[in-house]
Design a binder for this molecule. Structure first.
Ligand code: SAH
Length: 251
């Protein structure tokens, strides 16, 4: 049997939308996590909830390699928009990741992961492109996917796809002061979240292709927590399931 592709989500709502699509499901519990084996478009997959933050994400990714021998990993979730023009309802497909809260200076330059000699971890070009094409296809018909009402409620008139740097850290960024500071220090960062860079580092360690897609749920400012759950249930989880479905059809 061919090795499965892993689908990781940080939050419950997204995993639920993905599990609705899996056939031949079987659950395997490892530590505190449930790993769901199944098939999607005829491909073997393992879907799992990482929970929130870098440590939870790194542990999940390691188990996926060691216990499930996955061939590739895809992360799907939400993120705060940082770059100008990265709006709520847009989608970002990562080209590379960095941990914005890592600082071992003066021993190592700020953001550099000690003993790796690097601060950035790249995603896989082929997998990332497949994900980006899938996202583009889904964004081309958001009304078809979500319906007129949701599109109007969340002002999703012309959602855009962005590709580039996503930064991760163990903080929910919800103040203009902090998001402006991040934008000044890391001007090419498009979005901020709490898991991606950890999974990218584990995949780098094991030589596993990795790609990640994030729907922008907020602008990492004071309004960030507002309507988070509604957005997750009505928009982000449906984008996720549609984008991953479209990507699997292309692989
Ligand atoms: N209010 C939510 C908190 C979720 S934490 C709740 O009650 O459950 C935020 C999750 O979304 C993390 O998995 C993180 O990766 C992502 N995220 C979205 N916006 C973010 C932001 N502004 N800063 C950091 N992470 C963000």
């Amino acid at each position: 049997m061919s090795q499965p592709l892993a689908i990781i989500s940080a939050m419950e709502g997204e995993l639920r939308a993905i599990l609705e699509q899996l056939t031949h499901q079987e659950m395997v519990r490892v530590g505190p996590r449930d790993f769901w084996r199944g098939h999607w478009h005829g491909q073997p997959v393992v879907a799992v909830l990482s929970r929130i933050g870098k440590v939870a994400a790194a542990t999940t990714a390691t188990v996926l390699v060691e216990r499930f021998a996955v061939s590739r990993m895809v992360f799907t979730g939400v993120a705060g928009g940082l770059g100008s023009g990265v709006a709520v309802g847009d989608v970002v497909v990562a080209k590379r990741f960095l941990q914005h809260d890592l600082d071992a200076s003066p021993l190592f330059p700020r953001f550099e992961v000690p003993l790796y000699g690097r601060s950035h971890f790249d995603t896989d070009e082929r997998l990332g492109s497949a994900l980006a094409q899938a996202a583009q296809t889904v964004l081309a018909d958001v009304v078809g996917l979500l319906g007129e009402l949701a599109v109007r409620e969340f002002s999703l008139t012309a959602p855009r796809l962005h590709r580039g740097l996503i930064i991760s850290g163990d903080r929910f960024v919800s103040s203009t002061r902090e998001s402006v500071a991040l934008q000044q220090t890391l001007p090419d960062a498009l979005a901020v979240e709490m898991e991606g860079a950890a999974v990218a580092q584990v995949c780098h360690d094991y030589g596993i292709p990795f790609a990640a897609v994030r729907t922008i749920s907020d602008r990492a400012d004071e309004g960030a927590h507002r309507d988070f759950k509604r957005f997750m249930d009505h928009v982000a989880s449906r984008y996720s399931a549609a984008i991953i479905s479209e990507m699997l059809r292309r692989l």
